[in-house]
Design a protein around this ligand. Structure first.
Ligand code: SF4
Length: 190
């Protein structure tokens, strides 16, 4: 692939898996291609499919709010994408085949952005990038070696946080705040 825009163009016309038949828009990216932080989510939902942008529904708004509360600008400081670029019907989890077919886009995005920190947002992103059988509650907030000397860190998906409103100590929301603060501190030290 010659450059980032060629990759995007190829992805926008992709028909490598069945999700191409039911999507409205391919959801390729949002944010800053030069950012030091990259966030990988699962797959587009209804709002994302409609707009062509990742993390714009209720979960995305919560993610943006949490990042902002920690002084991380969603447009400036982060590059955002998903494991698969087209919406699975009924928001089901993408199949292994769909993830495999879409992987070339994700790998190229990582190569082009070359982030220092990769946030793995939810279990689908974790399973795509880490060889682990552990649950996300066991590995969230921990740094793992990533591609090209980057560091990868799993966090809870914001859709999970939407179902768990508590901010009490030990709650998913509380732990996510800790994780984002840890990411911010790591970024300062890079
Ligand atoms: S999900 Fe990925 S592989 Fe499947 S059609 Fe969309 S862009 Fe292509």
């Amino acid at each position: 692939m010659k450059n980032f825009d060629d990759l995007k163009k190829k992805c926008l016309g992709c028909q490598k898996c069945e999700l191409s038949k039911t999507r409205t828009n391919v959801v390729f990216e949002d944010g800053n291609r030069q950012a030091k932080i990259m966030l990988i989510g699962e797959a587009p939902g209804a709002n994302e499919d409609e707009t062509g942008l990742p993390f714009v529904g209720r979960a995305g708004k919560l993610l943006t709010k949490i990042l902002t509360e920690h002084g991380i600008d969603r447009e400036k400081d982060i590059y955002i994408c998903n494991t698969v670029k087209c919406r699975p019907p009924e928001n089901r989890v993408p199949t292994d085949f769909e993830k495999q077919q879409c992987r070339e886009y994700l790998d190229s995005q990582i190569e082009y952005v070359n982030p220092r920190i990769i946030i793995l947002c939810g279990m689908t992103a974790v399973k795509s990038m880490l060889d682990t059988k552990l649950s996300i509650s066991k590995i969230r907030g921990k740094f793992f070696d990533g591609p090209n000397f980057s560091k990868m860190i799993p966090i809870f998906h914001p859709s999970y946080l939407l179902r768990n409103h508590s901010t009490e100590e030990g709650s998913p929301r509380f732990l996510t705040n800790q994780d984002i603060e840890k990411i911010k501190n790591e970024l300062v030290s890079l």
